[in-house]
Design a binder for this molecule. Sequence first.
Ligand code: ADP
Ligand code: MG
Length: 238
Amino acid sequence: MSSLSLKGIRKFYGSLEVIKGVDLDIKSKEFVVFVGPSGCGKSTLLRMIAGLEHITSGELDIGGTRMNDVEPSKRGIAMVFQTYALYPHMTVRENMGFALRFAGVAKDQIARQVGDAARILALEPLLDRFPKELSGGQRQRVAIGRAIVRNPQVFLFDEPLSNLDAELRVHMRIEIARLHKELQTTIIYVTHDQVEAMTLADTIVVLRDGIIEQVGRPLDLYDDPANQFVAGFIGSPR
Ligand code: ADP
Ligand code: MG
């Protein structure tokens, strides 16, 4: 079953067309990575899926339901950004529970969900710390924890590791792969890092200037890129 489908998706900012007809089917539990140069429309696509940006035309379905006009909090989606502003005056526990508290979820249920997410992300020893008492990688784990507690069907990640140093990026990449296994959710992940794309993806989507150039499994794209552009991004050197 397709958990998420984009049909003929277009986006205009004024008269500027930035997404020029995107068709894509994403299966339930699939790990899909969007790659492409800066400005090609990766964030715009994610933001439209999340409901943070209006879809100019085309159809977005999630779990078989048309989502174009559904408000963000009702889409079963959680998004993790590159810049993950935590609330500085709240502890890790409060940061992670905030969205649930805001939504009126009962206290004991919040505690349970925050506890589960903390266990999955090895954040239990840090629950009573404040953000300034955490390392960059720990903060990013809290940002992911905030998304997990909402128990989404679909996770969207927009270059979540690009502010971390190289060593931490490798570590977090392994954590995200483990997370995908454990949570069994659909993930759409944006990166411009070829290694992240190759190691994390079930499916890579190569974007260029608002259109999809190629969709395929990492090794298929690597071995058989459709054109020079794809080859330049992820293809084997030839
Ligand atoms: P990427 O994430 O791949 O770097 P974006 O989706 O952020 O690309 O941007 C795609 C294009 O849309 C770029 O040309 C960008 O300048 C333009 N764009 C993004 N957001 C806006 C906006 N709010 N208003 C006008 N143009 C925008
Ligand atoms: Mg972007």
